[in-house]
Design a protein around this ligand. Structure first.
Ligand code: HEM
Length: 233
């Protein structure tokens, strides 16, 4: 019974998540274009924002880039890992990236909890996203510590599973025998993908690249002060 349910989860949940992601992001972009951002709270508090946001973003982007490279060229990862020193370098770098992301998100959560101005503009959905991201980073780091050399078995066993999903022929055999932490890590990833269109994570799709070179400018919110806390995302 549990086995059948889990199989169903690994074979069906990814499609539900991806459908929600695509339909939700397209609908929100068309219906509420101007909500496509992550409202800045930098002018309310700058120091903790800097020490949280910078390590979080560098760490998570580095780790996710690693996941994507493994997904695209798993054989090259296995080749790289065939020399122990190279495996240690890869695993240690990914782990440091994960630690940066964890440190950053803890600071960001602490900031939203303790700074009264920032707390006022934090919606329930902001908390759900922060908690889910923290849990995702937590299960990732737990996996790295207790189920060693993940970059190799990810490339050999999980990447074929992900490709089986991508090619509409789900094969759950490899994930079914994974430890619980890994199972939760994968479900967590699909849950985040499903929730994506309803959260401030949509800013990932509209990264304003000119931010990198344009002059600084003052950002002023044009929202009703009484309804800002009740905004739906
Ligand atoms: C929202 C998406 C995801 C996020 C934010 C995320 C985040 C992380 C983090 C922070 C780590 C720890 C850093 C490290 O040592 O590598 C990690 C490790 C890991 N993740 Fe993910 N992950 C995501 C999706 C996935 C998916 C979909 C899979 C597989 C199907 C996966 C498989 C793994 C594995 C196997 C490790 C251990 C790597 C190692 O020990 O070298 N992750 N993840």
């Amino acid at each position: 019974m549990l086995d059948t349910m889990m199989k169903l989860f690994f074979a069906v949940l990814p499609y539900v998540a991806l459908m929600t992601f695509f339909l939700g992001t397209i609908y929100r972009y068309r219906a509420r274009t101007f909500s496509y951002s992550s409202l800045s709270s930098q002018f309310l508090e700058n120091r903790q924002q800097f020490w949280g946001s910078v390590p979080f973003h560098y760490g998570i982007l580095f780790v996710l880039a690693g996941h994507i490279v493994g997904f695209l060229v798993p054989r090259s990862i296995l080749w790289w890992n065939s020399v122990p020193l190279r495996l240690y370098i890869l695993e240690t770098s990914a782990f440091i990236g994960g630690l940066c992301a964890l440190t950053g998100i803890i600071i960001l959560m602490y900031r939203r909890l303790t700074n009264s101005k920032v707390a006022k503009v934090t919606s329930p959905m902001d908390w759900i996203v922060l908690a889910m991201l923290a849990a995702q980073i937590g299960t990732g780091l737990y996996t790295a510590i207790f189920h060693n050399w993940g970059s190799s078995w990810y490339s050999a066993s999980l990447v074929p599973y992900l490709w089986s999903i991508a090619t509409f022929s789900p094969d759950t055999a490899a994930v079914m025998v994974m430890p619980w932490a890994v199972k939760f890590h994968i479900w967590g990833a699909f849950a985040l993908i499903a929730l994506f269109p309803f959260t401030r994570l949509v800013h990932i799709l509209v990264i304003p690249n000119p931010y990198l070179w344009r002059k600084p400018q003052v950002v002023i919110w044009n929202w009703d002060r009484h309804t800002i806390r009740q905004r739906d995302y």
